[in-house]
Design a protein. Structure first.
Length: 165
């Protein structure tokens, strides 16, 4: 990895981490627990479509680990990692078939996959299979959050894409 690429990844990781920490300080947008926009994912989605899977995966992993440490909630790392891995895999698939004007589509499906991963982790960690009834609520919120972050990532790629490569 060259220095320029490493510097870009470090800056994008810092931006994603900063967004994540700020978002933690915001009041809940809905009375439904666990529903949040996931604005730091804008950086990961933009990185996936401009820098590629390796850089996006590194940015995601660093944000998840450092974010859980900074937030003081290491247990949340398990839920975030499960969701993040599924979201990452979903973006990998969609990256191959979508254009840069369809980034928002990949983001919507990745957000839904993230919710599936979180529910699967919750079911495994709590041994409570009935928690799956919460999945439809999370999927609806995932569509909204994925659309928001996807459109923002698509705009970011359009405006800054040449600087990210």
């Amino acid at each position: 990895m060259n220095v320029r690429r490493l510097a870009k990844d470090a800056v994008l990781t810092a931006v994603a981490l900063g967004i994540y920490v700020v978002e933690l300080q915001l009041p809940a947008l809905t009375p439904i627990p666990g529903v949040k926009p996931g604005l730091a994912n804008i950086v990961t989605v933009a990185a996936m479509f401009t820098l590629g899977p390796a850089d996006a995966g590194g940015i995601l992993a660093c944000r998840l680990i450092l974010g859980s440490l900074f937030a003081g909630n290491v247990a949340a790392l398990l839920y975030s990692a499960a969701g993040g891995v599924l979201a990452y895999a979903t973006m990998l698939i969609f990256r191959r078939v979508l254009t840069k004007s369809q980034i928002w589509v990949a983001s919507v499906f990745a957000a839904m996959a993230h919710n599936v991963g979180q529910i699967a982790a919750a079911m495994a960690l709590t041994s409570t299979p009935s928690i799956v009834v919460y999945l439809p609520v999370l999927l609806v919120s995932g569509v909204a959050a994925g659309l928001l972050t996807g459109l923002a990532a698509q705009y970011t790629v359009k405006r800054l894409g040449k600087h990210l490569k």
